[in-house]
Design a protein. Structure first.
Lengths: 700, 766
C-alpha cells in the first residue's frame, strides 16, 4: 500500500486527507496548536492512522509523500504579526519601498475604494527607515559591475541592523537578477558575522525586472522565512523520527511544490498554498458534478476565502497583492473577505451590532471553547441557537461550553443592546449572513460576473452552517456542500489530489527569426532543470508531462503573449508555427488587424512546464443508494429565523444518509467535521458522492 | 476674437435632446424611456454597473499590454470611457481624470460634423488629437474612439486616449518651449476615420505616423488603442447579449442620473456662497520672465456650482489650454473631492456645474495659441484652484472634512530626453519622457497628513516606473531616486513629501538632449490651507562639466548634487539643453501643502516625521517649533520654549494694537481649523478673539509680509532667477494668539481673499 497525505494547517483547525493507490479516501481534523503547529499535524496524522487501524509509524513508513499547505505565513503577513527584518539595497534607492511606485496607495483596493482617493493612504510600510540601509555598489542593465561592492560598508550596515536586534535580512540590489554576485557576496559577509541570521536574496526569491515588486517580495519572504524554517525543521525531524518514508513537500501558491528543506529560502512562494488547495479541490469536484462556474467559499475558524472558477478554470494571476504591495508570486486568485466562525461580534459606539473583522483565532478561540476567550463569536451564537450540538464538535472530541457562550453574548452583545441572550445570538447569526452575502457579492460582481450564473461550494468547518443563507443573499440558486469522506477537510483533499507542477524560465530576448539551435538549446536546458527539479522531490511519478512555451511580443512592446511550442524538434518551422500562433492569439485577444508585424516579432522568455503525474487518483467512493425516506435521529429546539424563535427541528446524522435522500428544511445535519443548516424553504438532496445540494424547495 | 474658420472646431457641451434632434435619419440611435429606467431591479443594476466598470478596466489592461510606450505601460497616463449614444460619459477609467472633461466634447463634435459626411457606421473608429475639438488636452493626447451599434442603431461609444511620446512639431516630444503658436507644435487633427468596416485604413495610419520622430512606437500605440476599443466593444456587446440592449441602456442612463442626484444632494446640504482662488504660472515660454495668473470664483447656489474664471490673464506663450483643458481641470478636482464616494458616471456629474470664461485667456485659449503645456500647466493649475475653492466650502462641514485637502503637487516637471542608445548591437535613437515626477506629494487634510509620494492628484491610478525599467529602455543610470525631507508643506497636518532623482548618461557617447518645462519654481503652486505652509518649490539642475563616470570607476557613488562635482547649473522653467556623458541631471518636483498652523502640530507626530526622515531636525525646530533629542524623542521643555519664542516673534513682527473682545464659543460653528462663527460673528477657534462681524466686513487679522525664506527651507528663495516680478511670504495671524490663519508665497501684487468676511460667512450674505 502507498499513501498520499494532504495536510492543511489552518488558524483554527488542521485538516488531513489520505488517499491510497487503491483509490480510497479518508479524512481527519484536529485543533491547530499555535505557536507550534507541528503538534497539531502529528495529532491529525495519528487520527488518520487510527482510521486505517494502523500505527502512526506503519502509516508513515508507507507514505509516498505528504503535501503540506498552511495559511500561517499568509495570516502573519496580513495581520502584520511578523518579526522585524532588515533591508539592504543599492545606495540611492532605499526609498523604492517607501515611494512604492505610487501604486502602493491603491493596489489591492476595490473599485469603490479606488476612486475614493482622499480616503487612501500609504501607511503600510514594510519596515521603518532605520531598518532599511544602503550599500555602495552598482550593476547596470547588462549585468556589468559599474561600482564595486564596498564590503566594509556592508559589515558596518549589518552590525547596525544587529544592534537593532535584527535576525533576518532581505537583500535586494538593482539588477541583481542579471548579476547576483554582489547579493551573494553580501550573504557570505553576513554569514561571517553571524551565521544564524536568515538572509534572502532577491536574485533567488524573485529574479524578475522591476525593483519595487522584487524588493517587497524579498522583504515579505524574509518576514516569514525564519518562522517557516523553524517550523518545518521541527516537523520534518519529528516525522522522520516516526519513520516517514517519502518526502515532506510544501505546496506553493501556483500549485507546484518544493521540498521542505528548500521551502524557507522561497518562503513567499508557499504563501497561499492552502488557498490553492481549496480552489483545486473545487475544480476537481466540479468536474465530477458537471459544474463549470463555481464560487468556492472556504470558511474556517479564522478566515473566509473566496475563489472563482469560470468555465472550469480557476482565475489566476502572475502576481498577487498583499497589504497593498505587489508580490511576485504566481497564484490562483483568492479573496479573503471578513472572517470565519471565530469572527467576534461587538457593539460599536453608535449601538450597532458589528461582526469582525477581529477573530478569536485558534487561541483563545470562541468563548464556548472554554480556553479563556471572553469575546462572543459566530460559533458561540450557533451554539446558543441550537445549531451546534452541546455535545461538542468533531464527534464530541472538541467539547463546547454553552454556559461560556451565553456569558460572552450576554456581556458583550445582549446587555448593551437590551436583548435576551437568544435574540442577541439570532441577531449575530443574521448579521453574519447578511454581511457575508454582501461581501461575497462584492467580490463576485466586482470581478465582472453575475452570481446567478454560478453554483456556490461551501466547505471549511464553519461554512455549511451559514451557506444556504448567504447564498440566498447573493442570488445563487444552488449550493453544494462537499460532504462524504473529505467533508470539511476539502482543502487538504485538494492538496492530496494535486500532481506536482514545476516550471523554469529563461529570459533571452531576440528578434525573429531566432536561430533554431539557440532556441533548442534554451529548451533543452530548461527541460533538464525541470526534470531535475521533479527528481529532487523524491517521488515516483506515473509519467512526466512537459510543455514548452515562448513569450512573444511585437518589437517595442513591454508585455508579452505566451504561446506553446509543439512537441518534437525545435526547428525553423516549429518557431514559425509559434510566431503564427502568436499573431493569431494576439488578434483573438485584441481584435483583427491590431497586430503590428511591420515592427517585427520578438521572442522574450522561454519556459518549460513539467507536471509529474502521480500514480494516484483519489476517487471519491460512490455512496449507497437510499431506500426509503431519511430518518431524523432526534429533534431539538433550534432558533433559525428572527421572529420565529426556537422551533423543534429534526437533526440528521450524516452517516445514516444515502444517495438520493431528500431533506426538507428546516433541518440540521450533523457531520463529524461540520454542521449543515437547511433553512425553511430549502431542500437538501444527497448525491451519488455524498455531497449535499441545497436548492429552493419546489413550490415554496 | 476667433480666427475666421477656427470656430468650427471649438466644441462645447450641448444639451442631449438638442444634439439628438440634429442627427440625420441615416443614423438611428438606441435609447430607452424613463419607465424602463425605473423598472430596473437592484441586483441587475449592480451587476451591469460593475460589468461596465470592468469593461473600462479591461480596456486599460489591454492597452497596457499592447502599448510600446512606457508612458502608458509603466506610468498609466491614459484613460478610457464608455459613453451613451449621445456621448455622455457613463463610466470612466481612474487614470488621467483631466481627460474626462474632454472625451465627450469630441464625441459631440463628431456627431455634429461627421454623421452625414463621411457618416458614422458600424465598424468605424475615429482618431483625433485636436484639443479644441476635445478628446485630449494637448496634441500629444491622441484618442481613438468607436461607435458601438446594436441591431443597426447607435448604442454607445467606447474611447481610449493615451499620451504619445512624439507627434512631430519643432520640439522633441512635440514640446516646443519657445513656441509662439500651435504651428510650432504637433498638427491638431480633427476627427478622422482610421478604421472602416473593421479594417485599419493604411492611408490614414501612414499620415498619422509620418509626423512622428518615433513612427514605430506611434504605429504600435495606434494599433494598441484600436485593440483596446475592440476589447471594449466585445465586452459591451457580451453584456448586451446577456441582458438585452434596453436593460443595459437603462442601467447606463440610471448610473448618470444617480451620480447627478447624489452630487446635487450633497451640494444642497452645503452652505451657499462664493469662494475665490488665484494662482500663477511663472514664465510662459523660453526667455519669458512674467507671471501668468488664473483666477476663479466658485459660486454655489442650491444644488449647482458655477466656476467663473473672469479676470484670468490673456493667453501667452505655451502655458495655455483650450476649453477642454479648463473643463478637464475642473474634473480633476471635482471627481475625487466631491465625488469620491459617488460612482464616476461623469456624464451625470458634469450636469451639476457651469463654466464661465473669457475667450482668449490662459485656460480658454483661442486658435492658434500654443497649447503644448495645456494639461500639465494651465489645466492643472485650474484644478488646484478649484480644489482650493471646494476645500474651503467643505471645511465648514465637519462631517465632510475627509474631503478637504490642501493643494497637491502643482504641476508636472517635464523632461523630454532624446539621444542615441549605443548599448545594443545596432545603435538606436530613443525619445521619451522621464516619468519619475509622477511621485509628487499630496496635500494635507484636516484629519490626515498628506500622502508622501502619493502621486499626482489628476491621475488617481498613476504610477512611477521602476528605475530598472527606465534604465532598461534608455541609456541612463539613476544615481538616486528618493523621498526628500521637508518637501511637504508644514502644518498641523503635514503636506506629503515629494522626491528627487538624478540621472547620468550611461551607454551612450553622445549628450542626451533635454527639453524642460515646469512651473512653481518662483511662486508656490502647492498652497497650504487654514494657515498651513506651501510645499516645496520645484528645482532642476545640471551638474555641468562633472565627471561622474570617473567617480563610479573609482568606487564612489555620489548621493548628492554637491558630491557630483562640476558646476551646478540652475535650469529655467522652460528651456532646451543637454546632459553630456559624465554630467548629471537632477529633478526635484513638488510635494503637497500643509493644513493648519504647524505650531499646533502634535510634537510626537513631528518626532516620528524626523525618525522617518520626512522632516529634518532643523526644520522641526524652525517650522514646527519642536525640538527632538538624540534618540529621536520630543524634548518637551525645549519644545514649549521654542514654540513660545516663535509665537512671540510673530507678535513682535506684526503691527497689532490694542486689546480685542472675545466671544463665547459655546454655540460656535466651525469654519475651518482656526475660525468659528457665532451667529454673525467670526472668532478665533483657539483664543476666542472676535475677528469680524457681518458678512460684508473685513476680518481683523495681522498681516505680515517678509522674504520668501520665512516660508522655510522647502521654498527656494530665488524667484529673481525666473521672473521679474517680486515674490514674498505673506501670512495672516489671529491678533490674539498669533496662530496662522493663512500662509502663502505669492507675487507682491497678489490680491488675496483672506480677510473678506464673506469668504467664511457666505451664508449670512446670501
Amino acid at each position: 500500500m502507498a499513501y498520499v497525505i494532504g495536510v492543511d494547517v489552518g488558524g483554527t483547525f488542521t485538516d488531513a486527507v489520505l488517499d491510497d493507490d487503491s483509490g480510497s479516501v479518508i479524512a481527519a481534523k484536529a485543533p491547530s496548536t499555535p505557536p507550534d503547529y507541528s503538534r497539531g499535524v502529528l495529532d491529525v496524522l495519528e487520527l488518520l492512522a487510527e482510521q486505517l487501524g494502523r500505527s502512526l509509524e506503519e502509516m508513515l513508513a508507507e507514505t509516498h509523500h505528504i503535501a503540506h499547505g498552511t495559511t500561517s505565513s499568509l495570516n502573519a503577513l496580513v495581520q502584520r504579526k511578523v518579526p522585524d527584518v532588515g533591508f539592504l539595497t543599492t545606495k540611492g534607492h532605499r526609498d523604492s519601498i517607501f515611494i512604492m511606485n505610487v501604486e502602493g496607495r491603491y493596489l489591492g483596493r476595490s473599485p469603490h475604494e479606488l476612486q475614493h482617493v482622499l480616503a487612501q493612504d500609504k501607511d503600510h510600510y514594510l519596515l521603518p527607515k532605520r531598518h532599511a540601509l544602503e550599500v555602495t555598489e552598482r550593476i547596470d542593465r547588462d549585468g556589468n559591475v559599474i561600482v564595486a561592492l564596498d564590503e566594509d560598508e556592508v559589515r558596518t550596515q549589518v552590525e547596525k541592523l544587529r544592534s537593532e536586534g535584527i535576525q533576518a535580512i532581505a537583500v535586494s540590489l538593482l539588477w541583481a537578477f542579471r548579476n547576483p554576485t554582489h547579493e551573494r557576496r553580501i550573504r557570505e559577509i553576513v554569514a561571517e558575522i553571524d551565521p544564524d541570521i536568515y538572509v534572502a536574496l532577491s536574485s533567488e526569491v524573485s529574479p524578475r525586472i522591476r525593483e519595487f515588486a522584487r524588493n517587497s517580495t524579498t522583504i515579505m519572504s524574509t518576514q516569514v522565512g525564519p518562522g517557516l524554517r523553524d517550523y518545518l525543521a521541527n516537523l520534518e525531524s519529528s516525522l522522520k523520527q516516526k519513520g516517514l518514508g517519502g518526502p515532506l513537500l510544501v505546496m506553493q501558491s501556483n500549485g507546484g511544490a518544493v521540498a521542505a528543506s528548500e521551502a524557507p529560502q522561497q518562503a513567499i512562494s508557499t504563501v497561499g498554498s492552502v488557498l490553492t488547495g481549496g480552489v483545486i479541490g473545487s475544480v476537481q469536484l466540479g468536474q465530477k458534478l458537471g459544474h463549470k462556474n463555481i464560487i468556492s467559499t472556504d470558511v474556517g475558524g479564522t478566515t473566509f476565502l473566496v475563489g472563482l472558477i469560470v468555465d472550469g478554470e480557476p482565475e489566476r494571476d502572475t502576481t498577487t497583492v498583499i497589504n497593498h504591495h505587489p508580490i511576485n508570486v504566481p497564484t490562483l486568485k483568492v479573496h479573503a473577505i471578513g472572517s470565519g466562525g471565530g469572527a467576534i461580534a461587538w457593539v460599536d459606539a453608535g449601538g450597532n451590532l458589528r461582526i469582525g473583522p477581529h477573530s478569536a483565532q485558534a487561541v483563545p478561540g470562541p468563548a464556548c471553547y472554554d480556553q479563556g476567550g471572553t469575546e462572543p463569536t459566530n460559533t458561540d451564537a450557533n451554539l446558543v441557537l441550537g445549531i451546534l450540538p452541546t455535545t461538542g464538535l468533531l464527534g464530541g472530541r472538541k467539547a463546547l461550553s454553552l454556559e461560556k457562550a451565553r456569558q460572552a453574548i450576554k456581556a458583550k452583545v445582549a446587555d448593551p443592546l437590551g436583548l435576551s441572550v437568544e435574540d442577541a445570538a439570532a441577531a449575530i447569526h443574521a448579521a453574519q449572513n447578511a454581511q457575508t452575502g454582501d461581501l461575497l457579492r462584492k467580490s463576485v460582481v466586482e470581478a465582472g460576473h453575475d452570481p446567478r450564473d454560478f453554483v456556490l461550494y461551501a466547505f471549511g468547518g464553519s461554512g455549511p452552517a451559514f451557506c444556504a443563507k448567504y447564498a440566498t443573499h447573493l442570488g445563487v440558486d444552488e449550493v453544494v456542500v462537499p460532504l462524504g469522506p473529505v467533508a470539511s477537510a476539502f482543502s487538504a483533499y485538494g492538496l492530496a489530489a494535486s500532481d506536482i507542477a514545476l516550471a523554469q524560465e529563461l529570459s533571452d530576448p531576440a528578434q525573429l527569426p531566432v536561430d533554431a539551435v539557440r532556441a533548442e538549446k534554451n529548451f533543452a536546458q530548461l527541460e533538464d532543470q525541470v526534470r531535475q527539479g521533479l527528481d529532487r522531490q523524491g517521488l515516483k511519478f506515473d509519467r512526466v508531462e512537459i510543455v514548452r512555451e515562448i513569450d512573444m511580443r511585437y518589437a517595442m512592446q513591454l508585455a508579452e503573449v505566451t504561446v506553446p511550442v509543439a512537441d518534437g524538434p525545435v526547428d525553423a518551422g516549429a518557431l514559425q508555427d509559434a510566431a503564427n500562433r502568436f499573431e493569431q492569439k494576439y488578434a483573438d485577444l485584441y481584435g483583427k488587424g491590431t497586430g503590428f508585424s511591420a515592427a517585427g516579432i520578438q521572442a522574450i522568455t522561454y519556459r518549460v512546464r513539467g507536471r509529474g503525474v502521480l500514480p494516484f487518483s483519489p476517487e471519491l467512493p460512490p455512496l449507497e443508494r437510499a431506500v426509503g425516506e431519511p430518518e431524523a435521529q432526534s429533534t431539538r429546539p433550534v432558533y433559525l429565523e428572527i421572529g420565529q424563535g426556537f422551533v423543534d427541528t429534526p437533526i440528521y446524522d450524516y452517516t445514516t444518509l444515502r444517495a438520493g435522500h431528500v431533506i426538507t428544511g428546516p433541518a440540521v445535519i450533523e457531520v463529524p467535521t461540520t454542521t449543515v443548516v437547511v433553512p425553511d424553504g430549502r431542500t437538501g438532496t444527497v448525491d451519488e458522492l455524498g455531497n449535499l445540494h441545497i436548492r429552493r424547495t419546489q413550490g415554496a | 476674437m476667433a480666427v475666421p474658420g477656427s470656430e468650427h472646431f471649438a466644441s462645447r457641451p450641448i444639451d442631449p435632446a438638442t444634439l439628438a434632434a440634429q442627427l440625420p435619419a441615416s443614423l438611428p440611435i438606441h435609447t430607452v424611456t424613463q419607465e424602463q429606467i425605473d423598472a430596473l431591479d437592484p441586483l441587475t443594476y449592480e451587476v451591469i454597473r460593475h460589468r461596465l466598470w470592468s469593461v473600462t478596466d479591461e480596456m486599460g489592461e489591454a492597452l497596457k499590454r499592447m502599448s510600446g510606450s512606457p508612458i502608458v505601460t509603466d506610468a498609466n497616463d491614459f484613460d478610457f470611457a464608455v459613453s451613451d449614444e449621445l456621448g455622455q460619459e457613463v463610466q470612466v477609467g481612474l487614470y488621467n481624470t483631466m481627460l474626462v472633461g474632454a472625451v465627450d466634447l469630441a464625441i459631440y463634435w463628431t456627431l455634429q460634423h461627421r454623421s452625414v459626411n463621411p457618416g458614422i457606421a458600424e465598424g468605424d473608429m475615429f482618431l483625433t488629437n485636436d484639443p479644441w475639438v476635445g478628446g485630449g488636452l494637448h496634441q500629444n493626447d491622441a484618442m481613438v474612439y468607436q461607435p458601438v451599434f446594436w441591431e443597426g442603431k447607435l448604442f454607445g461609444w467606447t474611447s481610449a486616449i493615451a499620451h504619445q511620446a512624439d507627434l512631430g512639431g519643432v520640439g522633441l516630444g512635440s514640446f516646443s518651449p519657445a513656441a509662439q503658436d500651435v504651428f510650432s507644435e504637433s498638427l491638431p487633427t480633427p476627427p478622422i476615420k482610421v478604421v472602416r468596416d473593421g479594417v485599419l485604413q493604411d492611408d490614414v495610419a501612414d499620415v498619422w505616423v509620418r509626423r512622428s520622430r518615433v513612427p514605430m512606437m506611434i504605429g504600435l500605440d495606434l494599433r494598441a488603442k484600436v485593440g483596446a476599443n475592440s476589447v471594449g466593444r466585445d465586452r459591451l456587446i457580451a453584456v448586451i447579449e446577456q441582458y438585452g440592449a434596453d436593460t443595459v441602456k437603462a442601467v447606463m442612463k440610471r448610473m448618470m442620473s444617480d451620480a447627478e442626484s447624489r452630487l446635487r444632494g450633497k451640494l444642497t446640504d452645503l452652505p451657499d456662497g462664493r469662494w475665490r482662488a488665484t494662482g500663477y504660472q511663472d514664465q510662459s515660454h523660453t526667455g519669458d520672465r512674467g507671471l501668468h495668473k488664473i483666477t476663479v470664483e466658485m459660486r454655489k447656489a442650491g444644488d449647482h456650482l458655477t466656476f467663473d474664471f473672469t479676470g484670468t490673464d490673456p493667453q501667452s506663450g505655451v502655458v495655455n489650454c483650450t476649453y477642454a483643458g479648463m473643463r478637464g481641470g475642473v474634473m480633476l478636482a471635482l471627481l475625487p473631492i466631491l465625488a469620491g464616494d459617488i460612482p464616476w458616471s461623469a456624464g451625470g456629474l458634469m450636469r451639476c456645474f457651469d463654466l464661465v470664461a473669457e475667450e482668449g485667456t490662459i485656460n480658454n485659449a483661442s486658435f492658434p495659441a500654443a497649447v503644448g503645456r495645456g494639461p500639465i500647466g494651465p489645466a492643472w493649475l485650474t484644478g488646484n484652484l478649484v480644489a482650493e475653492c471646494l476645500s474651503q466650502m467643505l471645511d465648514q462641514a465637519p462631517e465632510l472634512d475627509a474631503h478637504v485637502q490642501s493643494a497637491c503637487c502643482g504641476t508636472w516637471d517635464t523632461a523630454v530626453i532624446a539621444g542615441l542608445d549605443q548599448r545594443g548591437a545596432v545603435p538606436t535613437p530613443f525619445l521619451s519622457i522621464l516619468m519619475d515626477p509622477m511621485a509628487g506629494g499630496y496635500g494635507a487634510q484636516p484629519q490626515a497628513d498628506g500622502m508622501d509620494t502619493g502621486g499626482l492628484f489628476c491621475i488617481p491610478m498613476g504610477r512611477v516606473p521602476d528605475v530598472e525599467m527606465t534604465e532598461f529602455l534608455y541609456p541612463v543610470l539613476a544615481l538616486w531616486r528618493r523621498e526628500e525631507p521637508d518637501s511637504g508643506g508644514p502644518g498641523r497636518r503635514r503636506g506629503g513629501v515629494s522626491a528627487s532623482m538624478a540621472v547620468t548618461p550611461h551607454g551612450t557617447s553622445f549628450p542626451i538632449g533635454l527639453v524642460l518645462a515646469s512651473n512653481g519654481k518662483a511662486v508656490s503652486q502647492n498652497n497650504g490651507l487654514a494657515g498651513g505652509y506651501p510645499g516645496n518649490t520645484g528645482v532642476e539642475y545640471i551638474a555641468r562639466g562633472a565627471e561622474v563616470t570617473t567617480m563610479l570607476g573609482a568606487g564612489q557613488l555620489p548621493a548628492d548634487l554637491a558630491e557630483v562635482g562640476g558646476t551646478a547649473e540652475l535650469q529655467p522653467c522652460y528651456g532646451e539643453t543637454y546632459v553630456a556623458p559624465g554630467e548629471v541631471f537632477t529633478m526635484f518636483w513638488q510635494g503637497g501643502g500643509g493644513y493648519g498652523d504647524p505650531l499646533t502640530r502634535t510634537p510626537e507626530d513631528v518626532a516620528r516625521d524626523v525618525r522617518e526622515e520626512k522632516v529634518t531636525a532643523a526644520a522641526a525646530e524652525q517650522a514646527y517649533g519642536v525640538v527632538v533629542d538624540g534618540t529621536g524623542a520630543v524634548d518637551a521643555e525645549a519644545t514649549e520654549t521654542r514654540r513660545r519664542e516663535l509665537r512671540e516673534a510673530r507678535r513682535t513682527r506684526g503691527a497689532s494694537e490694542g486689546t480685542r473682545e472675545t466671544v463665547d464659543l459655546t454655540d460656535a460653528r466651525r469654519l475651518d481649523d482656526n475660525l468659528v462663527a457665532v451667529g454673525e460673528q467670526v472668532a478665533c477657534a483657539h483664543c476666542a478673539t472676535l475677528l469680524g462681524t457681518g458678512a460684508v466686513g473685513e476680518l481683523d487679522l495681522v498681516r505680515y509680509e517678509g522674504p520668501v525664506s520665512d516660508a522655510g527651507p522647502q521654498v527656494v528663495d530665488n524667484a529673481g532667477e525666473y521672473v521679474d516680478g517680486a515674490v514674498h511670504f505673506r501670512q495672516y495671524c489671529c491678533p490674539g494668539c498669533f496662530t496662522a490663519v493663512s500662509t502663502a508665497v505669492v507675487p507682491v501684487d497678489h490680491v488675496d481673499d483672506v480677510t473678506r468676511t464673506s469668504r467664511v460667512l457666505a451664508d449670512a450674505r446670501s
